[in-house]
Design a protein around this ligand. Structure first.
Ligand SMILES: O=P(O)(O)O[C@H]1O[C@H](CO)[C@@H](O)[C@H]1O
Ligand SMILES: O=c1cc[nH]c(=O)[nH]1
Length: 288
């Protein structure tokens, strides 16, 4: 059955609705970044840039780094954008745009997030790197898909130990792809468990003028312990990426440059350098 025009929207030039990409323009190894400005900070290391395509916050450069074809794409901030990016990336490789049917043979993408994050444990230094073993979603994206709900035991422990109002969505928990994660396990990389939430201020318990509803959220998060696993950091995309990748059959891993430490009140004094170091680290691990 062809997918209806209203569900899979193909632009008149044959590109997909939001990403503006045509199927042949996407590499099978993809780096996602939140900030559209970070795309060129990655592609400047490529030996060849094959194409640059953009629309809204979604900017893609595809090129070659040390013989490997890589696409780097900006998602903008938040899991609402992750929903769009992952459905459209998957359609680009797994739907035939001529027949509008799902292909018989599916392609698995490798997707690496290179993002920034704030630590909740006082012993995680700013400017360090952290690989998210699990994404813990406070954002609800996964609940909108028919799924087994991820790691229900871990999610139950989160619900029991981190008290939030019952008007908030139930947490979901999804792991990174362990094989892909192996590529980044060097001495420079710490491992942790990452909460993804729907905002940077109230949802991460930051106060400027408005009082957050959950006052001691970050200390409850820092004290969480489930069979020896702690929660290490907060950001806004990882759980959505892990949920969408696992539902669609892709491999994903999220790498965080820790710019803030919420327990000590510090913020990096060299965020650009730290992100640049994580970019070089990621590219070199991908081709090692
Ligand atoms: O640096 P990026 O990749 O955007 O990631 C983090 O930074 C943004 C907030 O400043 C959120 O997107 C958060 O997840
Ligand atoms: O504290 C932080 C830092 C970066 N990104 C976030 O979402 N939170």
């Amino acid at each position: 059955m062809p997918i209806a025009n209203s569900e899979l929207i193909i632009n008149p030039d044959g590109s997909i609705y939001h990403l503006n990409l045509k199927p042949y323009q996407l590499a099978q190894t993809i780096i996602t970044v939140g900030d559209p400005e970070r795309v060129k900070e990655i592609s400047k290391h490529f030996d060849v840039i094959e194409l640059k395509v953009g629309k809204r916050e979604f900017h893609t450069h595809t090129g070659i780094y040390k013989n490997k074809r890589i696409s780097v794409i900006s998602t903008g901030i938040g899991t609402d954008n992750i929903d769009i990016v992952f459905n459209e990336l998957d359609a680009l490789v797994n739907v035939d745009f001529n027949t509008r049917e799902v292909k018989k043979e599916l392609t698995q993408l490798d997707i690496v997030r290179v993002g920034t994050s704030g630590a909740v444990q006082s012993d995680i230094p700013v400017d360090s790197f952290l690989l998210s073993q699990r994404g813990i979603g406070f954002d609800s994206l996964m609940h909108w898909y028919d799924s087994d709900g991820g790691d229900l035991a871990f999610a139950k422990a989160v619900s029991q130990q981190i008290k939030r109002s019952n008007v908030h969505a139930a947490p979901y928990v999804v792991s990174c792809n362990k094989d892909l994660a192996k590529k980044f396990q060097t001495i420079e990389m710490q491992n942790g468990n990452t909460i993804t939430n729907v905002g940077f201020y109230g949802p991460q318990s930051r106060k400027i003028r408005l009082e957050p509803a959950e006052k001691d959220l970050n200390s409850q998060i820092a004290d969480f312990n489930y069979e020896g696993s702690k929660i290490t950091n907060l950001e806004m995309e990882t759980a959505g990426i892990y949920a969408m990748a696992s539902l669609l059959g892709h491999r994903a891993v999220s790498l965080n440059a820790i710019l803030a430490n919420r327990a000590t009140g510090e913020f990096s004094d060299k965020p650009k350098d730290t992100v640049e170091k994580l970019i070089k680290f990621t590219l070199d691990c991908l081709v090692a």
